[in-house]
Design a protein around this ligand. Structure first.
Ligand code: FE2
Length: 429
């Protein structure tokens, strides 16, 4: 007997009327119209069954700290770093843990079950590192939390920065981070990329670096990251985050750069909510959008995913752990409105993000973990359009969250009606 059988589900690849059978926490079969005895059978009623959302770029040590000790008035990256710098000396581990756990509850409710979070290693106390290592332990049964050692103030610019980062890795942080565009000079930025990639190579760790999060078209640390990835044989283990300078770069240079990135196997994570907010702040009009060249990178064969980056912190006062909101913004900013573009935006917060994170057992195939969610939408495009309600969220066959189907009753002009915002399916011209 099966543990769980989902029937009549639509899948992100467009298949409809599909059943998914689950036993011992794993998917055993995916086929149309299965019927078999099961401890629990769920009729998906044609709604979309999706693998869980994955966030490949987040800052959990800062999340939900909005307004502490003050709000970022200019809205720039640099004032955000300054506000965070004012908050850091007053941070308490317990408060970081409490905020992070609250965010993880939000994440589960939104079907977000894998998060790669950067954690600031600039402070010699490594208070935030200890706090997030504790969070990682506490959420392990419901969220895959990966941690990146992130020298927020610059690994070379901060006294003791290299040692602090290495100590964070010694404590169990998974991935080597960096922020070359915040080092004092371009040369120091490039040196930091080289040094950090060498540390990763020595320790057999992946790399995930904030790279060129600036509107400066001459910020070209992604070029160094791709080069060092190849030089050190790190192909498939390196991700460049943000890469917003690429938006402003000369087109000829980009035509050389994209094949280099593809050749190096470096993946790219854009953060649409944050990039559209932080970039272009020094422009008058026209204001640049600032997000990296998502469709062009994808066309060049680079794996590109979308991250949430921030939620209610010194850089961004909005956010709720909703990766469909991220995909929605990415779709608009990158103008990915074609059918293929819409699908790619959905993939950018599911399969493409899982690939960046090297998640094992991810997907809706036999043998994968029985981790998936049922959305109140019929396809990927509708899910993004509606930032669809998460009806049910399962992890390895266990139901973690459920939300009632949302329908609004109204009476207009004496006519009672129910509104769900689903595509009405009217075909006549
Ligand atoms: Fe970031």
């Amino acid at each position: 007997m099966l543990d769980l059988l989902i029937t009549n589900a639509s899948l992100p690849d467009g298949r409809t009327g599909m059943s998914v059978a689950v036993q011992n926490g794993r998917i055993t079969e995916v086929a149309p119209g299965l019927s078999a005895p099961a401890a629990e059978t769920v009729d998906a009623a044609g709604y979309l069954l999706s693998p869980p959302f994955c966030d490949p770029h987040f800052h959990m040590d800062a999340c939900l700290s909005y307004g502490l000790p003050r709000v970022n008035e200019s809205g720039t990256l640099l004032e955000g770093i300054a506000v965070w710098g004012e908050l850091k000396p007053t941070l308490k581990a317990e408060a970081i843990i409490e905020r992070a756990l609250t965010y993880c509850d939000w994440a589960v409710a939104k079907g977000l079950l894998a998060i790669r979070s950067h954690v600031d290693t600039s402070d010699a106390s490594l208070l935030a590192v200890d706090a997030l290592l504790e969070v990682k332990k506490r959420v392990a049964t419901y969220i895959d939390l990966q941690l990146v050692a992130f020298p927020q103030d610059g690994v070379l610019r901060t006294p003791g920065g290299v040692e602090n980062l290495k100590r964070a890795l010694d404590k169990g942080v998974d991935i080597v981070g960096g922020i070359p565009h915040f080092e004092r000079t371009m040369a120091e930025g490039a040196a930091s990329v080289k040094l950090l990639c060498e540390i990763a190579a020595e320790r057999g760790k992946p790399v995930d670096m904030h790279c060129d999060e600036t509107d400066d078209p001459m910020s070209r640390h992604i070029e160094t990251l791709a080069f060092e990835t190849q030089r050190l044989g790190l192909q498939g283990r390196v991700n460049g985050s943000h890469c917003t300078s690429m938006h402003s770069m000369d087109n000829y240079y980009v035509s050389k750069l994209l094949p280099l990135i593809a050749e190096s196997g470096v993946s790219i994570v854009a953060n649409p909510l944050i990039n559209i907010t932080l970039q272009g702040r020094h422009d008058t009009y026209p204001k640049r959008r600032g997000m990296t060249r998502v469709p062009e990178l994808m066309a060049a064969g680079v794996n590109v995913a979308f991250g949430h980056d921030c939620a209610m912190d010194p850089w961004y006062g909005m956010g709720s752990g909703d990766m469909l909101e991220v995909a929605h913004m990415g779709l608009h900013v990158a103008q990915m409105t074609s059918q293929a573009g819409i699908q790619a935006c959905f993939d950018a917060v599911t399969t493409r993000a899982a690939q960046v994170m090297h998640l094992q057992g991810y997907g809706l195939e036999p043998g994968c973990d029985a981790s998936f969610l049922l959305l109140q939408a019929r396809d990927a495009g509708e899910a993004i359009r509606l930032r669809a309600n998460r009806l049910k969220v399962w992890r390895t066959g266990r139901l973690l969250a459920s939300t009632a189907e949302v329908k609004t009753s109204l009476v207009v002009d004496g006519r009672p009606a129910q509104v769900s915002f689903l595509h009405p399916g009217i075909r006549e011209p």
